[in-house]
Each structure stands twice: as C-alpha cells, then as structure tokens.
Design a protein around this ligand. Structure first.
Ligand code: 5AD
Ligand code: SF4
Length: 460
C-alpha cells in the first residue's frame, strides 16, 4: 500500500462516473480511498489534478463519450498551484477491464488504467505515475476481493449500495457484461449482514442490494441460490428501506416474491428486465424464459403486493427483430403497465454472439419502434402516478429541487420522485436523510407534488 508520506495531501481529484449502480458504488470507494489518503475531491475536471473515469461499455454511446472526453482534456491547463506538471488521468471500470493497456495507444494523455477488480490498487498506480515511473495498468482477470471492503464516501450518507454478487454467468447474446465483469461470485452471507448492520448503526435508512442477477446469489458458494435468505437477514438488521437490483426473470423464485408480502422494509418496487416480448427474440437473446413465464411472474408479484411499482429494461432493434416481434414487445409493455421502462436501442458489442448476426432492420424503422414504445411507457407512468393522487406517501428526503431551494425532493416507497415545499420553520439540513409524509396533490409522468403533512424525524 501507500505510506503516509505519499504526495496525495496536495492533490485535488475529480471522479466521473458512467453506467450502472455498481459503478456508482465503486466510485464511492474511489472517493473514500483518495480522501483517506489526504486528497481533496473537487467537482470539475478543470479544478482537478487527478481525474478518474469509472466507465461503462454496455452500449456504444458510453464508449464514444469516454474517448471524446479524455481526448478533449489534452489541452486543458492545470489549475494554478497544482503540484503536477501534467494532469493525471485514470480510466477504470468496464472499459479499463476490456481494453487494458491498449488504452494508452488510443489515449496518449492517459496515465493509469485499472480493471473492475483492481480498485484497491488505484492509489499505488496513481502514485507510480505521479512519481514519474510512467504509465501503469493493472487489469486482473479474477479476484475474490469485494470493493465494499474499501473505505467509502457515500454520495448520500443515508443511502447505501451493498454488492452481494459481482459478475454474471448468463451470457445474454447481446451483452458484454459477463466478458468484462467475469463469472458470478457471491459474497459470504455473514459479510453482507455485517456490512448492513454497520450501515444501520451509522444511521443509513435505505440499502440497495446489488448484483447483475441478485436472484442467483449463493449458487457458487452454496450450490443453490439463497437470495430469499439474504433479504430476510438484511431485513433483520432493522434497516428501514430495502431494495435490490437487478433480478433475472428466469431466477426469480416464489420464495423471493413472497418476501414482498412479509418484509415490511422491502419497498414495493421491482425492476424486472424483460428485454423483449417475442419468444423468438427472447430465445435468440438467450434469456431462458418466455413472455408467458414473464407475465406469470408479474401476476404472482401483484398477487402478493398489488400496489407494487414495476420497471423493466427493453431492447429495441435486436438483430433480426421483425415487425411482429416488436409488436409482441409493445403488447407486453402495454399489458404490464410499468411505472418506468428503460428503453435501449440495440448496440452491437464486439465479442458478443449477436455482433456476428445480420442486423438489417433500417435505422429509421428501429427509431420508429423506439418512439412508439416511449409513448406507451409515458402513458403508463402517468397513469400509475395518477393512482396516488390524494394519498399520503412516506418520503425519504434527499435534498432540494435544483430549480427551487424552497422545495424538498425525495423518494416514495415506489421510488417515485416527490416534490413538496419545505415546511415552515425547517431547513433542508434538518430534513435531509429523514422521513416526511406528503399528501399528493399533483401527479405528473415523472414526479409527484404535494404538501408535507407529517415529519417523522429531523436530524440534529
Ligand atoms: N445494446 C442495447 N442495450 C443493451 N443492454 C445490455 N446490452 C445491450 C446492448 N448491447 C441493456 C439491457 C440491460 C441494460 C442494463 O442494458 O437492457 O438490461
Ligand atoms: Fe448482461 Fe444478461 Fe448478465 Fe444482465 S443477465 S448482465 S443482460 S448477460
């Protein structure tokens, strides 16, 4: 590791995060590590001596953005008083893992590359670049370390992400994740519970369990999935709100579904990626379920928790998607009535099986399908929010609106964004991280608005 005489004391750093919650979690560890060594976090690239990119390569757009951004920094002057002669740029996350040292060729101003398993090495890598030892990269294939063991500085002190698995064994034919994040590895149950308990003791109100497919948690350790047990054990720590992401429909068991009925802390929100509604497309995606099976799961979930908010991921324009295939997807989305749908246009990823398949649907046709889907998604989001009009919802307060500092913003149990004027006599610092009850007076597509009618706890 690093000695206490390291030069981090004088450094200012900035972290730019792309992609999924796992990356956001890892970025919080980067903050934690560099701050614990004495470096100071700043919120712009211009003000930073060290810039760390936590990258994503799931779709091409994120790739292109990274390359553009790093290249454009070449001529950006350093701040006055910087101890460096040149800005240090580090690339981690999925692109770091995928491209390794090759990145130095395409991005000459890059100093450090680290893989998804090498977060703990970042300070050492930076230090060797800093001390003039040249560019350095570390990209391990496999490691048993979980980044949760590293120091953290959470973006919101009252909410924590807790990885229970990393990697993925599913090899959906469009997806690069198993190729860059490796095979699925689960964390010991005791470690998960110990971390959750620590968060509860530190005043954390909401834990989100993370994994590419949380439902298969434990298969590698215990020979069978034990996710329902994780939910039970984490709930027993006394956490107020519990969420998880992501669930693969083929592995969502009745036992897990039942927890939505028995664990009051388990929030009524489920993200269940369908990807498509055509059985032929699902088969070619290697998803291992049918549209019928998916819809049955939705029925089961709603039987246990009728008010649950559902969200999903959909890919439009998968190679060979016919008009009928798309219609099936459209109908599935329409019939479920999701609260939120993340819609993606298929993006070809080299190294995945689908990248080799004919992809001849014209771009305009794919775009039209995408637009039709977005429209139906907006309708159902609006309809779902309308059902909450006149009700009272419990809101975990996050901060104030960017547009109006007099309006508090937070999240409902169903993960809706809720706005309400700050109640008289309270500042946001007193309310952030606590719960208020809001009477809903306005329901829009992407948010609810109302009045605070109760304040449960205000931090000192
Ligand atoms: N193209 C488009 N979308 C993709 N996703 C994963 N890989 C691709 C790809 N190659 C989407 C899936 C997944 C989400 C995180 O990203 O819908 O659930
Ligand atoms: Fe990718 Fe499929 Fe694994 Fe999700 S389950 S990360 S889509 S391979």
């Amino acid at each position: 590791m690093i000695s206490s005489q390291t030069p981090f004391m004088d450094l200012r750093f900035h972290v730019q995060t792309y992609g999924c919650q796992m990356n956001k979690h890892d970025s919080e560890r980067v903050f934690g590590m560099l701050e614990s060594l004495g470096a100071e976090a700043v919120d712009s690239i211009e003000a930073a001596d060290v810039v760390v990119f936590m990258t994503c390569c799931v779709r091409e757009a994120a790739d292109t953005r990274l390359f553009g951004q790093v290249a454009s920094m070449k001529n950006l002057p350093l701040r006055e008083g910087s101890p460096l002669s040149e800005r240090l740029v580090a690339v981690g996350g999925c692109i770091g893992q995928r491209d390794g040292e090759r990145l130095f060729e395409s991005l000459p101003n890059l100093s450090v590359v680290f893989g998804t398993q090498n977060l703990a090495s970042l300070p050492t890598l930076l230090q060797s670049a800093y001390s003039g030892a040249g560019k350095s990269a570390e990209v391990l294939e496999r490691s048993t370390a979980f980044s949760s063991d590293l120091p953290t500085n959470r973006e919101q002190p009252w909410a924590a992400w807790l990885p229970i698995t990393v990697g993925c064994d599913n090899f959906c034919t469009y997806c690069i994740v198993p190729h860059v994040r490796g095979r699925e590895r689960s964390r010991e149950l005791d470690d998960i519970v110990a971390e959750a308990r620590g968060y509860v003791e530190a005043g954390v109100k909401e834990i989100t369990l993370l994994g590419q497919n949380v439902n298969s948690y434990g298969r590698d350790l215990y020979g069978e999935p034990r996710f329902a047990e994780v939910l039970e054990a984490v709930a027993a720590t006394g956490i107020r709100r519990l969420r998880f992401a992501t669930s693969h429909p083929k592995d969502l068991t009745d036992e897990v579904i039942a927890k939505f009925g028995t664990l009051p802390c388990l929030m009524p929100y489920l993200h269940l990626p369908a990807q498509a509604g055509s059985d032929d497309v699902l088969k070619r995606m290697n998803r291992k379920y049918t549209a019928r099976h998916y819809l049955q799961l939705i029925e089961k979930v709603r039987a246990v928790r009728p008010d649950i908010a559902l969200s999903t991921d959909i890919i439009v324009g998968f190679p060979g998607e016919t008009a009928d295939d798309f219609e099936a997807t459209f109908n599935l989305v329409k019939s479920v009535g999701y609260s939120q749908v993340f819609t993606f246009i298929y993006s070809k990823r080299e190294g995945t099986p689908a990248a080799k398949w004919d992809d001849d649907t014209p771009r305009e046709v794919v775009q039209q399908r995408f637009d039709r889907l977005v429209e139906v998604v907006q309708e159902s989001a609006y309809r779902n929010n309308q059902t909450d009009l006149g009700t009272e919802v419990e809101v975990l307060v996050e901060g104030t609106s960017k547009r109006d500092a007099g309006v508090l913003v937070g999240k409902s149990p169903k993960n809706q964004t809720v706005h309400a004027p700050l109640p008289a006599g309270f500042t946001i610092d007193q309310l952030a991280g606590g719960f208020v009850t809001v009477r809903v007076e306005e329901a829009r597509t992407w948010y609810l608005r109302g009045t605070v009618v109760g304040i449960e706890e205000a931090s000192a």
